[in-house]
Design a protein around this ligand. Structure first.
Ligand code: HEM
Length: 209
């Protein structure tokens, strides 16, 4: 009897709905590692020629000095770019972006934000994102594309001069690159806090269900 119950339980567990497919989990965590490496080495590169009246503390930068930080930044860049291209290609090809991130309506965002702030937002069905999640995820994907393009524009301003010109020149591209970083850091703070507040969403992003 008990072995029957155990096998029933096994069936339930193995047929439980997959919330985050393996490919999403894989690219998500590779992206998280690559982003953190890019941000910390980027702060060290910034310190060599600050755009504003402050520098980042060396306790939170990577690379030790400009040369070391550039090596980290360009190494992690390949990881971020290749992984990002895989995510974008599969996101479009499988219809995931359409199914999970659309539609996003202003009314939906306002009512879901209100529900979230008053503690009334349901987290029962993790296979569906609410409108605030959709907006944040779609937004951060666009910022991810922009930070890579503006980075390419300031890395190769001669070879990629049309791209650099599209941003309004080298100096503007540098500011765009910086503000995209700031947006990603702000997203990350909120995103990680929310993931910890709803631990089953974190579990799903780790083991799939
Ligand atoms: C250690 C840091 C991170 C943690 C703990 C984390 C956690 C999570 C979790 C739990 C989910 C599923 C959330 C849900 O049900 O709403 C998720 C989804 C997502 N995260 Fe993160 N994340 C991290 C870093 C990042 C970074 C750096 C980015 C991008 C800059 C990012 C972008 C996304 C996106 C776009 C999704 C939706 C993916 C999809 O459904 O295709 N995350 N994250």
């Amino acid at each position: 009897m008990s072995s029957l119950a155990a096998s029933d339980e096994h069936t339930v567990l193995t047929t439980a709905k997959v919330i985050q497919p393996a490919w999403v989990r894989t690219v998500h965590w590779i992206n998280a590692v690559a982003m953190v490496l890019m941000i910390m080495s980027g702060w060290q590169i910034y310190n060599a020629s600050p755009l504003f009246g402050f520098k980042f503390s060396s306790s939170i930068t990577l690379g030790g000095w400009l040369g070391g930080a550039l090596l980290w930044h360009f190494a992690a860049m390949w990881l971020l770019m290749v992984n990002g291209l895989v995510y974008l290609t599969l996101g479009f090809a499988t219809g995931r972006f359409r199914k999970k991130l659309l539609p996003i309506t202003p009314e939906g965002v306002i009512s879901d934000a209100r529900a979230a702030l008053t503690g009334k937002l349901s987290h029962d069905d993790l296979t569906k994102y609410n409108h605030v999640q959709k907006l944040l995820y779609a937004g951060i994907i666009v910022v991810g594309v922009l930070i890579v393009l503006s980075g390419l524009a300031i890395w190769k301003p001669v070879q990629l001069q049309y791209l650099t010109a599209l941003f309004g020149g080298y100096d503007v591209a540098r500011y765009v690159h910086f503000f995209c970083m700031a947006a990603i850091v702000a997203f990350l703070v909120v995103h990680v806090a929310l993931a910890l507040l709803v631990p089953k969403s974190l579990r799903a992003m780790i083991i799939g269900r």
